[in-house]
Write a protein that binds this ligand. Structure first.
Ligand code: ATP
Ligand code: MG
Length: 353
């Protein structure tokens, strides 16, 4: 298959556990839209994670990395599983290497409480109803990447942020807010941390280029509370690596299931990577019980980033309608299988072409 344009080369990394099952459903949705609208998407599949350890001895083989570098976008299923607990290099290490190699510094996780799923939220449904939040997390700086010292009786982790690192992630958040409800909440701990003081100062500076976007600031402890008491007050949450890790997991349960959420990781060089936020779920792998919604939502984010906004919206709408008509996988309290759920999304897509 020849690409109509040269911006639709997609590297598919199905990975491990339920990864291949959910990725397959997302790819079928993408193929359907590509065929119907001549998007020219072409797919190239590569080994990654545990599957790559089995086939090549390492989680990120050179061939996979080279293919990713040359792609326009990367769609990932999930990596990891107990099978590789004792391997020299773990499957997850492949993902960290891939993020580093591609300079993916911005992690975007949208989460919303879908209409009809309020009763699945751990929050009271009147508090959860209508929540619709995008967490923009800095992914390659801060504590996780600072110098680490470990001795017998003491240890330290260095938290470091540069102006450039803060500026570029802030721009991502403000741009994203413009596509949403034009509000950014920057989360830091500026009353205690030096990196947070710099963070707040620079975020305020960057905000002057976005006069149409409202900016406010919350300390991370207050933000953690507000997420469960007043989730509807948020539009875009902009935060650093560690705080983002914690808050995005907190946020991911508000919608009722981890199986429904997609994510993107973007950088300033090379392609972006799209993946559901859930893991490989070894407990249900191979049973056709996984919810492919998160992978499908990730595919919609990919379409958006490739410039196919109308098709991205169609895919999002089809996913929402599938849920709306009561089609539920096991994680949503239903008995529909992974492939049946995906088929229903595509039926709705077809009726919408
Ligand atoms: P990781 O370390 O990769 O995040 P994990 O074990 O912490 O993995 P998951 O693999 O996401 O987390 O699984 C957590 C729980 O959620 C499991 O019980 C799993 O079955 C369930 N789960 C995860 N993803 C899905 C999905 N897409 N559909 C249904 N259930 C899911
Ligand atoms: Mg996990």
């Amino acid at each position: 298959q020849e690409a109509q344009n040269d911006s639709g080369r997609i590297v598919l990394l199905p990975g491990d556990g339920i990864g291949p099952e959910v990725a397959a459903e997302a790819v079928q949705c993408l193929r359907l839209l590509s065929d119907a609208y001549d998007l020219g998407l072409v797919f190239e599949e590569h080994d990654f994670g545990g599957a790559a350890i089995d086939a090549h001895g390492v989680p990120l083989p050179e061939t996979t990395l080279a293919a990713c570098r040359g792609a326009d976008a990367i769609l990932l299923g999930a990596v990891g599983g107990p099978k590789w607990d004792d391997s020299a290099e773990r499957p997850e290490a492949g993902l960290l290497k891939l993020r580093a190699a591609l300079g993916l510094f911005a992690n975007l996780r949208p989460a919303r409480v879908m209409h009809g799923l309020e009763e699945l939220s751990p929050l009271k449904s009147h508090i959860a109803r209508g929540a619709d939040i995008l967490v923009v997390r800095e992914l390659t700086g801060g504590l996780y990447f600072g110098e680490k010292v470990i001795r017998d009786d003491a240890a330290s982790d260095l938290c470091h942020y540069s102006r450039t690192e803060i500026e570029r992630i802030a721009h991502v958040a403000f741009c994203a807010a413009r596509e949403r409800r034009c509000r950014v909440t920057s989360v830091d701990k500026a009353n205690v941390l030096a990196t947070s003081k710099l963070w707040r100062k620079i975020v305020i500076e960057v905000s002057s280029a976005y006069p149409d976007v409202a900016l406010d600031h919350l300390y991370v402890d207050a933000a953690a509370m507000a997420l469960v008491t007043r989730p509807t007050q948020f539009d875009v949450i902009l935060t650093e690596n560690l705080f983002g890790d914690i808050l995005s997991d907190e946020m991911s349960v508000i919608g009722g299931s981890i199986g429904l959420l997609g994510s993107s990781s973007t950088g300033d060089r090379g392609p972006a990577l799209f993946e559901p936020i859930h893991g490989s779920a070894p407990d249900i792998a191979g049973l056709d019980r996984a919810n492919p919604g998160g992978a499908i939502a990730s595919a919609a984010m990919m379409l958006q980033s490739l410039g196919f906004a109308a098709q991205a919206e169609m895919l999002d709408r089809a996913l929402e309608r599938t849920i709306g008509e009561g089609c539920r996988t096991a994680d949503l309290g239903g008995g529909i299988g992974c492939s049946a759920f995906g088929s229903r999304v595509r039926e709705i897509l077809r009726s919408d072409l």
